[in-house]
Design a protein around this ligand. Structure first.
Ligand SMILES: Nc1ncnc2c1ncn2[C@@H]1O[C@H](COP(=O)(O)OP(=O)(O)OP(=O)(O)O)[C@@H](O)[C@H]1O
Ligand SMILES: [Mg+2]
Length: 221
């Protein structure tokens, strides 16, 4: 399988006032197309930071990141956000839906930004597939946690991204909802042939990925 993502000698430090926190040190790592990877590690080990770097939402201190053979660490913010919008779907623990947009509008917005024709139709179809046909016009505050996360996933996969990044996607959900969300994610990856990189504290969920990576002391253990 071709390489989708490559991290080369990645270092990340945060500077807060005088204090410098070394978070990631000399991370080297490759993801192939269709791979599913889970990232585990103690709280504060740098899992979210790693996801943010891959998403281009945080800047490396040093090192290079390649996505589909293009070095994204040397692109400007607009160029990175275009790649992210088209090729990467991101799912967070706290869903980050737009509060005054309905379920369908939250999903359709991404499609509109990408100049997709019939964004509403496609959004409805996706939500229907995730069992939300009866919740299309509800606001996030009117949805359960599991329902909100399904909307967030529909939004993340709307453009059929080649890579899905998920940071504790089931962290705020009970075990039934967690299982459903995991099923949806893994089914999507299988059907669309994309890759999944998922941070999780849940050992059962972590074990569903083909490959498991542990971050310890800023490095891949
Ligand atoms: N913007 C920031 N500025 C300064 N320090 C930060 C910043 N973001 C994260 N950190 C620090 O970097 C370290 C790694 O944080 P990160 O959020 O990546 O951990 P994590 O592995 O995702 O933890 P958790 O499992 O609790 O979510 C922590 O020590 C954190 O305090
Ligand atoms: Mg985290």
């Amino acid at each position: 399988m071709p390489t989708l993502l490559k991290l080369k000698k990645i270092n990340l430090k945060y500077q807060t006032g005088k204090e410098v926190i070394k978070v990631l040190q000399n991370i080297n790592f490759e993801t192939k197309t269709k791979e599913t990877i889970s990232i585990v590690g103690e709280s504060g080990s740098g899992k979210t930071s790693l996801i943010m770097l891959i998403a281009g939402l945080e800047k490396v201190t040093s090192g290079k990141i390649f996505f589909q053979d293009q070095e994204i660490t040397k692109l400007n913010e607009d160029e990175v956000s275009e790649i992210r919008r088209k090729h990467i779907g991101i799912i967070f623990q706290s869903f980050y839906l737009i509060p005054n947009y309905t379920a369908v509008e939250n999903v359709a917005l991404t499609l509109e930004l990408n100049k997709f024709t019939n964004p509403n139709e496609r959004a409805k179809e996706l939500l229907d597939r995730f069992g939300l046909k009866h919740r299309l016009n509800n606001l996030p505050s009117q949805l359960s946690g599991g329902e909100q996360q399904r909307v967030a996933i529909a939004r993340a996969i709307a453009m059929k991204p080649e890579l899905i990044l998920a940071d504790e996607p089931t962290g705020n959900l009970d075990s039934d909802n967690s299982a459903m969300i995991a099923d949806i994610l893994f089914r999507y990856v299988k059907e669309e042939g994309s890759s999944l990189i998922m941070v999780t504290h849940d050992p059962k969920l972590a074990n569903r990925a083909k490959r498991k990576i542990k971050i310890k002391d800023g490095n891949i253990a």
